[in-house]
Design a protein around this ligand. Sequence first.
Ligand code: AMP
Length: 395
Amino acid sequence: MNVLVINCGSSSLKYQLINSDTEAVLAKGLCERIGIDGRLVYQLAGGEKEITESPMPTHKEAIQMVLDALVNEKTGAVKSLSEIDAVGHRVVHGGEKFASSVVLTPEVLAQIEECNELAPLHNPANLIGIHACQELMPGVPMVGVFDTAFHQTMPKKAYLYGLPYEYYEKYKVRRYGFHGTSHSFVSKRTIEFLGLDKNNSKVIVAHLGNGASISAVLNGECVDTSMGLTPLEGLVMGTRSGDIDPAIMEYIAKKENLDIDGVMNVLNKKSGVEGLSGVSSDFRDLEDAYNEGNQRAIDACEVFAYRVAKYIGSYVAAMNGVDAIAFTAGIGENTQFIREKIVAYLGYLGVTLDKEANKVRGEDKIISTPDSKVTVCVIPTNEELAIARETVALV
Ligand code: AMP
């Protein structure tokens, strides 16, 4: 079965065509600058990247271009659209309505629309992509896979904020968590890779990418995660602040003469390791600056690693122990010195790092020593494959 995986943003769209039997990626790429001018990047498995500039006034034209590329006589991945059996769509926010993936029916789409308020930048874009696909591929079954769904097993004590209860009742203000597809994929893979008994397992997943979050997974189910109502809470990220004293918002608003949108813009786009270092949000640049002795880059890396270590400690408390800690996503999979800094805080857990193994990039690998009391590993995430698997399971 061939599954087209679509991840739609407000002006971009990422896609992969996956053969679910072999789990091979047949073709992948993205559309950028939708609604501005338009650029399609297409790559057939084993082939070169092809870039086509072409107007994409809406997501519909973008998806049409993707479909045309996929069936192109010379470089296409399939002969005709009839060879695409299903489409899996990433949907950012499923609120409390969706604890698992669903087949997209008109009723489901209406329910997703009700969650738009909770993710105004993301959900409307996801829905536009779904509607465009439905128009261009009538009759092809489509599935929605939610970033929030995996975290719906959190107990109330983990998802309620210390706010007036009526905000939860009236406005659904609570912790939802994000990156759920990744946390689900990586926690399952960790259990499988290490041969743990799922029903008796305590796993912490640190998804460290430009957006970063961490989750506590007890017996295969999420019991806590660091992102909240929105992806702003928790770890210090590329440009997001993560946890701060909420009173800072008022203080900065007054000092800098900013309104609430201005303050939110600072917290989302001008903070994190970029704001701290003044260098970059990218850890490749930060590592170079760190090695050159740039003090602000050093501080940014220390703050980043310390925050992750503190969260790991709190999730060990939440689960009354931990069997395995898995690093994933861009930084988690590639950045040796950050993993080393984080693991250095975990001596109290009896963790010892295997420095040679920690040189790993992008493959499943244990990076703790055999006598380490907790196993630390790198497990590459694959959200597209996870979406394809969920899609196949439902159609
Ligand atoms: P993600 O959001 O998962 O794509 O992660 C993006 C971040 O991962 C980048 O901003 C980098 O800081 C980091 N990253 C990605 N690839 C590498 C690499 N090869 N070496 C070091 N850091 C990397």
